[in-house]
Structure formats: structure tokens, C-alpha cells
Design a binder for this molecule. Structure first.
Ligand SMILES: NC(=O)c1ccc[n+]([C@@H]2O[C@H](COP(=O)([O-])OP(=O)(O)OC[C@H]3O[C@@H](n4cnc5c(N)ncnc54)[C@H](OP(=O)(O)O)[C@@H]3O)[C@@H](O)[C@H]2O)c1
Length: 329
């Protein structure tokens, strides 16, 4: 990890914070951390559907606004009077056009809205693996979204997380659910690398940066303490949920066919061809940019947290979780 410790955290004059994507997995935790600031200030959470905000509505100082952030007037209305914006809106599946609309179009319209409203402070969550040689539509559009915001006249801080785990995550829980009924786990690109990071650590990093003007202009890589492969993650999810299944490695071509079939099913695919393409890029910190340590955060390891929410059907795993809760593992 490079970059010296960032100093100067403390309450700022930023008191009305809009959290775009505040109803999502990461956004809900960001809102919780925002309520612990002192003074907490108002937290504005726009959502396309009121019921998506059920988890954040009870939080003190959260104001839910039903507004489609992809509509210019609605976006301006939601941001009016705000001092800062945290942008967590993203999609994992979709056409190249859908990725462009959400990951590039929204940052463009966000920059324009901020310019019109006099808002300078923006914190934007991107992803590890972005760059000129990004391997998927997801990563290429995330790369372009970062560039849009960097070229705008904003006080910008960027975050690039690896895969994020937490009680409501969509990957370890999914691997655990699949192993509850599938006799084996067919898996392409099992050697893809990740550095899983806890949702609480990502949320804490965002809120610390909000209150640390020295982080303006910086990009933080948000990664956990260990590098694991996709196959290891599937194995751990199986073990910790009490239903370990053998993994059947699939060659890339068969993996693509599997993903194509999943895309044809109704609803969100478990895995798309674009997700597989993302796996060609290691999802690990480069070390060329500051990480969580530079914000004074010692990131939690997967084994300290995930066994506690994945099921625990054997005594050893329960014990592991208890040790982890006591920070003794
Ligand atoms: N989760 C991870 O493992 C991970 C890893 C690396 C990076 N990230 C990044 O972290 C950020 C937060 O991710 P997350 O996992 O919290 O996402 P999420 O749970 O899928 O939440 C997405 C949010 O975006 C909002 N949204 C607005 N327009 C949308 C649209 N057209 N389609 C779908 N959602 C839309 C949704 O709000 P409403 O439905 O209420 O409008 C929702 O609150 C994203 O930038 C993501 O790329 C996540």
C-alpha cells in the first residue's frame, strides 16, 4: 500500500448529504455511518421506488425522496440544498447501453446538476479493475464515469472497492444458497482473484473522507487483508453455510455458454458473459494508490465476519464466528 496517512478528519460544514444509491447494499450501511457523525446532519436518499428505502427510512435524519436520479429535473430537485453528494448508483448486469446510461450518463448529469446548484463536494464509488485495458462493459463504463467526474469542477474523492461482503451481500450469500440445493458447483474462471472488503469498512472510509478535506482529489483502493480466488470464495461460502459442494471447473468457453443460458432466464442473471469478462481483470489492489490503512482503517478479514451470517451449521464455524466477534482470530 502506498500513500501516507490522511490527516485532518473531523466534523465539516457539510450538513446536508445526498446519497444516490442509498437504498442499496452499500448505501444502507453508508447511511447508518452518516447518522453517527456529530452532528449527523440531514441525509437525503432518492429512490425510484419508495419501498426500496424501507431499510433506511427509520434512520434518524434520513429523508427519503421518491425521485428517478436518471431524470435531470428529479435529480436537481433531490440535490437542491445539499452540501455534498455520495454516488453509489451502479448496475452489475445489462447491455452496453444500460451500463453507459448508469455509469457514464448519471455522472455527466450529476456533474451538471452540481454545477447548477453550486455543490462542489462529490464522493463517487467506482470499482477495482477500472483502467484503459478494462475487460468488460461494466469496467469500461466505470472507467469512463470516473473520467467524467474528474474532468468536472468538483471537489472529488473516488473509491475503488474489490468485491464487498456483508450480511446482505449478493455473492457469498448467493454461493451459499446455490450450494444448499445444487449437488455440485460448475464454475468458470475459478482462478479469478479478489480481495474482499467488508461493507462496514467501505462505508467508514467514505464517511471519513467526507469529513477530511485533504482527501479531495484522491482515489482510494478499498480492499481487505487477503487475496482469494473465486473458487476459494465458493468453497468458503459452502463450508461456512454448512453445505460444502464439490466444484466442477468449467473451461472459459463452457462458462460463456452457461452465462448465455443464464442471461436468457427471466430476472437478473446469476452470472452474465460481461461478469465473466470482468473476471479476466484481477480484482485486487494495485498498491499504487492509497488504501483503507491510509484512512486509519484496519480492514476486517472475511473469516472474521462471514461465518457469522452464512448459516453456521457446525460447531467449529460457530466458534470461529464468536472468536471473530471478540476479535480474537
Ligand atoms: N457490491 C459489491 O461487491 C461492489 C464491489 C465493487 C464496487 N461496488 C460499487 O459500490 C456501489 C454500490 O454497490 P451496491 O452493491 O450497493 O449496489 P446495489 O445494492 O445494487 O444498489 C444500487 C443502487 O442504485 C440505485 N439505482 C438507481 N438507478 C438504478 C438503476 N437504473 N438500476 C439499478 N439500481 C439503480 C438503486 O436505488 P433504487 O432502486 O432505490 O432507486 C440502489 O440503491 C456501486 O457503485 C458498485 O459498482 C460494489
Amino acid at each position: 500500500m502506498s500513500g501516507s496517512a490522511v490527516r485532518g478528519a473531523g466534523p465539516t460544514s457539510l450538513q446536508r448529504i445526498a446519497v444516490l444509491g442509498g437504498t442499496g447494499f452499500v448505501g444502507r450501511t453508508v447511511c447508518e455511518h452518516l447518522t453517527r457523525r456529530s452532528p449527523a446532519g440531514a441525509i437525503v436518499v432518492p429512490t425510484r421506488h419508495a419501498m426500496h428505502a424501507n431499510a433506511v427510512r427509520p434512520l434518524p435524519t434520513v429523508e427519503v425522496r421518491v425521485a428517478d436520479v436518471h431524470d435531470d429535473a428529479a435529480l436537481r430537485g433531490a440535490l437542491a440544498g445539499c452540501d455534498a453528494v455520495i454516488n453509489l448508483v451502479a448496475i452489475l448486469h445489462g447491455s452496453a447501453e444500460a451500463f453507459r446510461q448508469v455509469h457514464v450518463g448519471l455522472p455527466q448529469r450529476l456533474a451538471a446538476a452540481c454545477a447548477g446548484l453550486g455543490i462542489r463536494r462529490v464522493l463517487h464509488v467506482s470499482a477495482l479493475g477500472v483502467g484503459d485495458n478494462a475487460s468488460s462493459n461494466y469496467l469500461r463504463s466505470k472507467t469512463a464515469g470516473e473520467a467524467v467526474l474528474r474532468s468536472a469542477a468538483l471537489d472529488l474523492t473516488l473509491f475503488r472497492p474489490s468485491v464487498i461482503f456483508g450480511a446482505q451481500d449478493q455473492f457469498l450469500n448467493l454461493f451459499a444458497r446455490l450450494q444448499a440445493f445444487a449437488p455440485l458447483m460448475p464454475l468458470a474462471r475459478g482462478d479469478a482473484q479478489f480481495q474482499p472488503v467488508w461493507v462496514e469498512d467501505v462505508a467508514e472510509a467514505i464517511v471519513r473522507c467526507l469529513d477530511t478535506p485533504a482527501t479531495i482529489g484522491q482515489t482510494f483502493e478499498c480492499a481487505g487483508p487477503e487475496i482469494v480466488t473465486l473458487a476459494e470464495l465458493v468453497r468458503l461460502a459452502g463450508r461456512w453455510s454448512g453445505r460444502p459442494r464439490p466444484i466442477l471447473p468449467l473451461p472459459a468457453a463452457l462458462g460463456n455458454l452457461q452465462a448465455l443460458l443464464m442471461e436468457c432466464l427471466p430476472g437478473q442473471p446469476l452470472m452474465s458473459r460481461d461478469n465473466l469478462a470482468s473476471l479476466r481483470t484481477p480484482n485486487i489492489a494495485t498498491g499504487a494508490l492509497p488504501g483503507l490503512g491510509s484512512l486509519g482503517i484496519a480492514p476486517a478479514a472475511l473469516g472474521q465476519v462471514a461465518p457469522g451470517y452464512l448459516g453456521r451449521s457446525d460447531g467449529r464455524t460457530k466458534l470461529d464466528a464468536l472468536r471473530a466477534a471478540a476479535r480474537r482470530s
